[in-house]
Design a protein. Structure first.
Length: 578
């Protein structure tokens, strides 16, 4: 007997007479208001959310549910498609495919290789090929992908300048054994963002990178004029990272049907998960490159639960085909990050072992070793896993304490990728004031973490930034840019947590650059203790009005600092020259 489990959906439970009767008896006041919106949610996540003030009761209800039979028909899991060594007959001459290499070849910039090869069958799944790039004693293996009309491509992000060789391995005789030599120039690209030290980030060339991101989940699924408007707005914004979905999103204020999708459609209208829509990928790549030119990292979300098309429930074989193809196509772009999911714990079709498998596949296929994480709704992902580079977390309250705890627990950078949205929607998560969102940014940042912006102001036609893009109209972006400037003036260009009082947050660079933030408090003055051995300039910062007032002179010891008696004030100590 198949029983309900943590990944069974609320919809499945409500469609079963026994479990529906049980839930209607136990939580009647909840089901009526959220049932339609939350049918796709896993029953475990749903109960833990609606009964978050009663976690023991949620556990008891789940134990009862997990003893009941789940009568939902289970889909047949398609088997993986294996490539054949005889895809091309022995009559085909080995290594006979023509090879061209991009004429512009620079360190930390994509170098494209194209081979002309066979077209029979379905080359998307019938042909497997990889390229081994070698320089001196180093080698890099890069997976190739089919790009239609007999074009087989490899994209390589060279980590070093100088002479390189490449050799192709394939089950297609015409591709196997093709070799070439080429040179790579130095160029000026800073390269991919990596983890720097323990809790921070830097470009490959060592330049510090502080993610100050925003969220536009479905911007590449809108019409071209709206995409162009969004891009123009991003270019002039203070944001250097963008969270965006590869699959379209079906959720509140986001119901439009995109023009193109990841997969081609079969003649019956279903998705052919063995063939990819090349027009979709061409447009996506154009947008990723435009973001790169603007200095914006593309944080690409591979899966999410807000799905009426079935993309969150394709089965393991199709999931792996999709992930492998996407990573091989996009990993050479220096500004790519990977997010396995948005709110992974709401994707009911995937168990923890599925996320582990997908994460390992991303890490294996990504020759450029881009950043990779997984984003939660209620339950944090296991950021201790080896392939996870940083923490990507949804939470909004008590950020300073939480960021500090997660830095200590995971010893990885902490990015609060969803701390709430400035806006006026009819949802609690989408109606924060700008002041509140900016306060959360300051708390997370001074605690040594990073935060991500979102905007959800209602607009006729449902053109809401968080979902579709368009124009930023909120007041928080300018204040976030001001915070970025304050951080950039630190000697290290970063902030780390420092010992704090119970009613303020302190961070910066020990004995060099110290910020004390009072949040929603409004003190008229504060006794500031300057560390022993430090003579300091003192600045009073209004984080909302974006002003910095320097006190005359330099100071040592304990100093009474008069403050404006308004919320969102900070004091800054800067080491004075000897």
């Amino acid at each position: 007997m198949k029983t309900f489990n943590n990944c069974s959906t609320l919809g499945h439970a409500m469609d079963n007479p026994e479990s529906r009767e049980f839930l209607e008896k136990e939580i009647p006041d909840v089901l009526g208001t959220v049932l339609d919106q939350m049918r796709i949610f896993p029953i475990g996540a749903f109960l833990k959310f609606v009964l978050r003030a009663e976690p023991d009761r949620a556990t008891e209800l789940l134990e009862t549910l997990y003893s009941m039979e789940d009568q939902t028909p289970q889909p047949v899991e398609p088997a993986p498609i294996e490539t054949r060594p005889d895809y091309e007959s022995e009559a085909v001459e080995g290594a006979s495919a023509s090879l061209t290499i991009d004429s512009v070849r620079e360190k930390n910039r994509p170098v494209g290789l194209e081979l002309t090869g066979p077209t029979h069958g379905n080359p998307f799944v019938d042909v497997e090929f990889t390229a081994v790039f070698r320089k001196d004693q180093a080698s890099v293996t890069v997976g190739g992908f089919y790009d239609g009309q007999g074009k087989y491509k490899v994209r390589f992000l060279p980590p070093a300048a100088g002479p390189w060789t490449v050799e192709i391995t394939s089950n297609a005789r015409s591709l196997h054994g093709v070799r070439a030599e080429f040179d790579v120039a130095d160029g000026s690209s800073r390269g991919p963002v990596r983890v720097s030290g323990t809790h921070h980030f830097a470009y490959a060339d060592g330049t510090p990178y502080n993610p100050s991101g925003t969220t536009v989940y479905a911007w590449t699924h809108q019409d071209d004029p709206l995409q162009e408007q969004t891009l123009t707005e991003l270019v002039r914004s203070p944001f250097n990272k963008l969270r965006m979905c590869l699959f379209p999103k079906d959720y509140l204020y986001n119901k439009n049907e995109p023009e193109r999708f990841v997969f081609e459609r079969s003649s019956d209208g279903s998705w052919d998960t063995t063939r990819f829509d090349l027009g979709y990928f061409a447009k996506l790549e154009e947008r990723i490159q435009q973001l790169d030119a603007a200095g914006i990292e593309a944080d690409l979300i591979l899966f999410h639960p807000y799905d009426r098309w079935g993309f969150s429930n394709l089965g393991k074989a199709a999931d792996d085909r999709y992930v492998k193809y996407v990573v091989r196509r996009l990993a050479a772009y220096p500004n790519v990050w990977w997010s396995l999911a948005n709110e992974y714990d709401l994707v009911a079709s995937k168990q923890p072992e599925d996320w582990q498998r997908i994460g390992k596949l991303v890490a294996t296929e990504d020759h450029a070793n881009h950043l990779v994480s997984n984003h939660n709704w209620m339950e944090l992902f296991d950021f201790d896993l080896e392939w996870v580079t940083h923490c990507s977390i949804q939470t909004g309250e008590h950020l300073a304490e939480k960021v500090g705890a997660w830095r200590r627990k995971y010893a990885k950078p902490v990015v609060i990728d969803e701390c709430g949205y400035e806006g006026n929607l009819d949802q609690g998560w989408g109606s924060l004031t700008a002041q509140e969102l900016v306060r959360r940014f300051w708390e997370a940042t001074i605690a040594g973490g990073y935060a991500t912006h979102g905007e959800t102001y209602y607009s006729p036609g449902d053109i809401i930034w968080w979902a579709k893009g368009g124009k930023l109209i909120g007041e928080s972006p300018a204040r976030i840019e001001f915070l970025n400037r304050v951080v950039a003036e630190s000697p290290t260009k970063r902030l780390d947590p420092l010992p704090s009082d119970w009613d303020s947050i302190c961070g910066g660079v020990e004995n060099e650059y110290i910020l004390v933030y009072f949040g929603a408090g409004q003190p008229a003055f504060r006794n500031i203790i300057i560390p022993a051995g430090m003579r300091a300039h003192i600045d009073v910062i209004d984080t909302w009005d974006m002003t910095i007032d320097e006190l005359p002179g330099t100071f040592e010891g304990t100093v009474r600092v008069d403050l404006p008696g308004r919320p969102y004030t900070a004091v800054r100590l800067r080491r004075a020259a000897a």
